[in-house]
Ligand binder design. Sequence first.
Ligand code: NDP
Length: 399
Amino acid sequence: MSKVIIIGVGGVGTVVAHKCAQHPEVFSEIVLASRTLSKCEAVAKAIGKSNISVDRVDADNVDEIVALFERHRPELVINVALPYQDLNIMEACLKCGVNYLDTANYEPKDEAHFEYSWQWAYRERFEQAGLTAILGCGFDPGVSGVFTAYAAKHHFSEMEYLDIVDCNAGDHGKAFATNFNPEINIREITQNGRYWQDGQWVVTKPLEFHRTLNYPNIGPRESYLLFHEELESLVQNYPSIKRARFWMTFGQEYLTHLRVIQNIGMARIDEVEYNGTKIVPLQFLKAVLPNPQDLGENYHGETSIGCRISGKDKNGEPLTYYIYNNCSHEAAYRETGMQAVSYTTGVPAMVGAMMFLTGKWNKPGVHNVEEFNPDPFLEELVKNGLPWHEVLNHDLEMD
Ligand code: NDP
């Protein structure tokens, strides 16, 4: 029986709130906190449970988060605001003795740069305070790391090649929209790609490498190599990995819009002056693009995200292994009012929180998800709407 605060009630936060509310035996009290109180109230009303309350916080301000924690005294904070707030929330956790979980690594606002060093720098302080911080507990990062840990535990003596493959084969009927926060999404995919090869990072131009991959129940989709944050921790935690890459599907229409957005300067993250006001073009663009939370109603099709791994099995024989989940946009919407990208992020965040609160993932310090026991997490994932499947010794298409 524990109290949690969920900071951020966008697409992902809404799903986390719905899912936590389904488990009153674990989440005895839930506080929804965000910058806009009315959004918290709307989500609390839609869920309609008496153990949910709301509060307001601007998580760009550490003192406000501290005051929030002092008002509610939670055991754990689930941070599903934006990556810019990660360090502030971690600071407040240390000040107030609150455990921490997030779904995206810290990014400074003025630099689209993904690395864990800023958050890993908190390891000693969390350990000394006896507090647990669980980093990157969405789908990717998140389940992708748990899948890899499960493969290492149950199937491989040595993992050599890891490819994380992320396909969204859904259709929302809009010419251009992003599936989660547009600012964060466009920053992620317009930067250089990177993959791990023989002990070092190889840098690629944005979306330079692509290939056609077949996804279960979906078929062939063009998939583009990107850098993704979980690669950084996975190659450290599994040093036998010789090559680690991340692939994401994009349609031609999406890529054409993205190219235009970049060419006309709307993906810029520096300030420009407009009529005496300073604006950041990408933040302005976010204000006019469709809201990812409103895509769910007419979204059809599925997502498919998984890990394709090859190496040696427990007997030293060659093994290829594919572990994945498919999630339907329609089913996600029926349950939570959100589409599958928010759903596949929010469910693992709830399950990670449940792992911590039930003592299964309780380890003082700052940890990535693959450092914990994958088994109880994957058991709960199935029960909470995200079934997963394994395919052994099949062509991975990943040479
Ligand atoms: P949204 O933009 O839909 O929601 C963000 C929420 O955070 C909003 O409720 C917003 O409140 C709130 N927020 C923003 N700034 C602050 C602040 N300073 N203080 C308090 N609240 C704030 O984003 P998503 O729900 O799509 O994404 C949430 C997180 O999930 C992001 O960090 C994203 O990177 C991550 N993510 C992770 C994935 C994974 O698989 N690991 C996949 C998809 C997303 P308000 O509206 O009032 O400003």
